[in-house]
Write a protein that binds this ligand. Sequence first.
Ligand code: SF4
Length: 253
Amino acid sequence: MSTGVIFDIKEFAIYDGPGIRQTVFLKGCPLRCSWCHNPEGLDPSPEVLVNRKTGISRVYGEVLSAAELAGRILKNADYYSSCGGGVTFSGGEPLMQPAFLSETIPLLHDIHIAIETSGFSDPGTFRDIVHMADLVIMDLKMTDSSKHAKYTGQDNGCILANLEYLCRCSTPFIIRIPVIPGVNDDIENFTRTAELLKGAKALERVELLPFHKTAGAKYDLYGFKYEPMFDVDREAEYHTGIFTKYGIRSVIL
Ligand code: SF4
């Protein structure tokens, strides 16, 4: 049986799919978004981080087998299912641990499964996981490849290919866009995104996530370097009217 590394399980999550949910954060991400709020989730291995304010050190990352993780989820699963919820696998990037994920999910019989992913993965892994999920929440940063490489460290070729596949599937999905001032809040990016999504029957809505400056404090606290490549004080623009024009429902979270 596979083992995996998680760095948190959040109880009572209300923004990661329908109902009240448990959100499991899998450790490791191939991207390095300039606005990332979870620097402790980027390295795939467990790591010791020292809180610079209190001097207290803590290990971020716990190695578990698929059965152990399923056991923890199942302890409270009845409660979450009774609230119309379930479990959401997030990260980091959960698709970085495909064997662990695909061995854990079948152990969670009858539980609503959501996967939150950047879509940065090989197509085979993406397809397998999409078909195991009841809901996919795909974080789509921007459509322009060179800008994507500049702000996340990777171009978006495989992400756009996986999105195209998702748009043809019957698995319900939500698109999440972190709206970053001066990076992806332009009309062109919103229009191209709407073009890519138009006609996708299983698309439930687009969720626009405001950028919060508080990320910087977490970096300082644990000694990570925080160098956002954009003006953190600028107000972002939300062109929700563009999605409306394309018949796509959008909400600002
Ligand atoms: S994809 Fe998410 S977890 Fe990974 S670097 Fe970007 S914001 Fe952070």
